[in-house]
Design a protein around this ligand. Structure first.
Ligand SMILES: NC(=O)c1ccc[n+]([C@@H]2O[C@H](COP(=O)([O-])OP(=O)(O)OC[C@H]3O[C@@H](n4cnc5c(N)ncnc54)[C@H](OP(=O)(O)O)[C@@H]3O)[C@@H](O)[C@H]2O)c1
Length: 356
């Protein structure tokens, strides 16, 4: 694009929090869409702000965890009533009153409003001006090079460091984080097993390089599945689901195993007193297991190293990404709800109806 568009006022829609959702999957009682106008007249744009049209939004499970109104574990600021929902996203600058940005720039942001257009401050546009070139599909900027890829990279390169030949197990393996974590563990020479919710996703995991995988919904028990698929025990577990799977894994850990807690999606829709307790933590004592949680947002100083490494892997075809793309920001509620079932394969994204 490059040139400034002529329209002076734009109608846009945005999602906002109408009521907190302490339990269950958020519904249209909690999340609502509203319309607003943005004037593109020069005097209407705040100094040092840019107006962006939003192209893609990343839909991530943590968004649900910050809609409860109570911090019950993640220590991230909760959305307030009436606040616009934000997520990782990519937009394109259509007006700029900030010297570092020009019309046409592609701007990723970790706090992009779930909207069609927005006036934002440059501090929101942390990773400036991506340059979608040949070899890197646009959508990869919100999956392999976004939250999912970075969460996986942090888990395997910064928090844990599974050695070649070690037995790695990953839950929610066919999701955004799991898909990347499995491929990174294979690049490290590990033996990698995943769990997921459908037979179709089991096949996908094998296609992208997992040594084997099982459908936890079709397993007689998680314990039985882990006995079958991890006969030599587990040295490294990347936990994306928590609850009963975490408990089962503790029955299969090897001496000095490392459990990295990325997230606990099986527990997000329950108030904390209703969540599953883990009854066999004593295994951690006997097996001298280390269990460690992390938040990638506290570790973003390595984002540059991560990007360089992952871009190389993408170009070499060593890391691939699968996406589910919902159309139009009106699909936000549906796409968020879909994370709490086994219906998606890969990273969940929304593509707005704006033309690139
Ligand atoms: N620590 C961090 O900084 C960080 C950053 C990003 C993400 N995370 C966490 O990483 C985890 C994965 O995130 P993601 O973005 O990659 O999501 P995702 O795996 O793409 O999507 C969620 C998947 O979780 C599985 N799932 C949903 N409900 C479940 C349940 N009750 N029991 C077992 N599995 C269930 C479903 O797949 P299947 O049922 O088919 O397996 C679903 O597709 C989440 O816990 C998220 O909060 C943490």
């Amino acid at each position: 694009m490059g040139s400034q568009e002529k329209v002076e006022t734009i109608e846009s829609r945005e999602w906002y929090l109408a009521a907190h959702a302490p339990e269950g999957v958020p519904t249209s009682d909690h999340l609502k869409l509203r319309t607003f106008s943005i004037s593109l007249a020069d005097e209407s744009i705040h100094e040092n702000h840019v107006v962006v049209k939003i192209l893609y939004i990343s839909v991530d499970p943590y968004l649900r965890a910050i809609m409860t109104g109570i911090d019950d574990g993640l220590c991230l600021p909760q959305f307030q009533i009436n606040q616009v929902i934000f997520s990782y996203g990519i937009g394109r600058v259509i007006r700029s009153k900030e010297s570092n940005y020009s019309g046409g720039d592609f701007v990723p942001s970790p706090v992009m409003p779930v909207a069609e257009y927005s006036m934002v401050q440059p501090s929101q546009l942390r990773f400036k001006n991506i340059d979608p070139g040949p070899g890197i599909p646009f959508t990869d900027y919100l999956s392999t090079l976004g939250v999912a890829g970075y969460a996986a990279w942090v888990a395997l390169k910064m928090i844990g460091n599974p050695k070649p030949g070690s037995n790695v197990f990953i839950s929610a393996a066919a999701g955004g984080v799991g898909m990347h974590a499995g491929q990174l563990a294979k690049l490290k020479g590990c033996n990698v097993i995943g769990s997921t919710g459908t037979d179709e996703k089991v096949e996908l995991l094998k296609e992208i390089g997992y040594d084997d995988a099982f459908n936890y919904n079709a397993s007689e028990s998680f314990d039985a599945a882990l006995s079958k698929y991890c006969p030599d025990g587990i040295d490294f577990y990347l936990d994306n689901v928590g609850g009963k799977m975490l408990e089962a894994v503790l029955n299969h850990v090897n001496h000095k195993a490392h459990i990295v807690l990325c997230g606990m999606i099986s527990q997000y829709n329950k108030v904390w007193k209703e969540r599953d307790g883990i009854r066999n933590l004593l295994n951690m004592v006997g097996k001298e297991v280390k269990m460690e949680g992390y938040l990638m947002s506290s570790l973003d100083h390595r984002f540059g190293d991560f990007t360089k490494e992952m871009e190389t892997y993408i170009k070499q075809g060593k890391i691939i990404s699968k996406h589910v793309i919902y159309n139009g920001i009106e699909s936000f509620l549906e796409s968020l709800g879909s994370m709490f079932s086994s219906s998606n394969i890969g990273k969940v994204l929304i593509q707005s109806r704006n033309k690139i």
